[in-house]
Design a protein around this ligand. Structure first.
Ligand SMILES: Nc1nc2c(ncn2[C@@H]2O[C@H](COP(=O)(O)OP(=O)(O)OP(=O)(O)O)[C@@H](O)[C@H]2O)c(=O)[nH]1
Ligand SMILES: [Mg+2]
Length: 349
């Protein structure tokens, strides 16, 4: 999963990137992107690894991208998104929009998270409008009046009313047609309110939460500067510092939780002596499709999924015990995989 940190100049994107990834040193060149991958913490993987002692333990991962501005931000460009940032947004699985919750350290301009977010989303909307207008023009020239034209007309109308594409419900077939367009107001949105250390533990401002929800996104708060320092510590040393700052969990854990919630993702597990591993899928994925996450051959040659729920596995103390207790199931290709299912796929090649 690729998450792009977006936002206007100097709102704290790099600071938030560093507090999420623990990568403190960013000597990224102007216009280039820093990339960092984190492991998604999963106590179930830890537990299964302790039981199986596998040669390899693999957690789900999330990759973050932080684009360095191509030039120093000037006053005129303070509310524009840089072209290399827009380019990264085009294939993002999710957008993390950072908004400033502290006075601008250079201009002294006070924080205005709601106004800033509204302007940010407007930038995404305008970019998509430009893309769709050009596409519609082409279709008209070619004299095509088909399903695609009707779809694009609907999208343009919504964008024209200031609605980002992520709030529209789009049929699966139409979504497929759109996948090549690289629209940037469609990806799931998380808004990160970046605030001062003193305000770290305050509840989120209701106005911002409401506005972001209205735009189809979800809000969370970070105190980027202090959380970056905490993220540099060894994981076992972080807890007391988080507690002092009034934070319940690390920036990374809070973000991952919000992202899985917003994207409606679940994980299934595979476990054996070779490898214990978590696999991330959208909720509602059927067994055969989930198998394809591991390998396309397993999806193609799918026969059955042998499933044990993680909680049963722990309660009964293992695979053999679950079988005895009748807690091991054989499921077909249409079975909807549940969060925490431990699965062995049976397949033909
Ligand atoms: N008070 C306060 N200042 C912060 C916080 N996060 C960042 N800053 C300051 O805001 C300025 C910009 O932070 P960056 O993280 O570089 O912001 P950015 O969005 O990456 O900036 P560009 O990449 O240049 O657009 C720096 O002077 C930071 O020290 C924070 O949580 N609280
Ligand atoms: Mg930066």
């Amino acid at each position: 999963m690729k998450v792009v940190l977006a936002g206007f100049p100097r709102v704290g994107k790099t600071t938030v990137f560093q507090s999420l990834t623990g990568l403190a040193d960013s000597t990224t060149a102007r216009g280039a992107a820093a990339r960092g991958v984190i492991r998604v913490p999963d106590a179930r993987v830890d537990k299964l690894a302790a039981i199986y002692h596998p040669r390899k333990t693999t957690y789900a991962t999330v990759g973050f991208v932080d684009v360095q501005p191509p030039e120093a931000a000037s006053a005129e460009k303070a509310t524009l998104l840089s072209p290399p940032l827009v380019a990264e947004l085009k294939d993002a699985d999710a957008v993390a929009a950072v908004v400033r919750g502290f006075a601008d350290p250079y201009s002294g301009a006070p924080a205005d998270p709601e106004g800033e977010f509204a302007r940010f989303d407007e930038e995404l909307i305008l970019t998509d409008l430009g893309v769709l207008d050009r596409r519609i023009e082409r279709l008209e020239k070619e004299g095509k009046k088909d399903r695609e034209s009707a779809l694009l007309a609907r999208l343009v109308a919504a964008l024209g009313e200031g609605k980002p594409l992520r709030v529209l419900s789009i049929a699966a077939e139409d979504a497929k047609a759109l996948s090549g367009y690289q629209l940037i107001s469609r990806a799931p949105l998380l808004v990160v309110l970046n605030r001062t250390d003193e305000e770290a533990a305050l509840p989120l401002p209701a106005g911002l939460v409401e506005l972001v929800a209205h735009h189809g996104g979800e809000c969370l708060a970070m105190a980027g500067r202090i959380e970056r320092e905490i993220a540099e510590l060894a994981p076992e040393d972080q807890a007391p510092f988080l507690r002092d700052a009034g934070l319940e969990a690390s920036a990374r854990d809070r973000f991952v939780q919000a992202a899985y919630h917003k994207l409606d993702l679940v994980s299934f597990l595979t476990a054996g002596e070779d490898e214990v591993r978590a696999w991330t899928i959208p909720r509602g994925t059927v067994a055969q499709k989930a198998a394809g996450k591991i390998h396309s051959d397993i999806e193609k040659g799918f026969i059955r999924a042998a499933v044990i729920a993680y909680d049963d596995f722990v309660r009964y103390g293992g695979e053999a015990e679950c079988k005895k207790a009748g807690k091991a199931r054989l499921e077909g290709k249409e079975y909807v995989v549940a969060d925490g299912d431990i699965i062995h796929f049976r397949f033909n090649v």
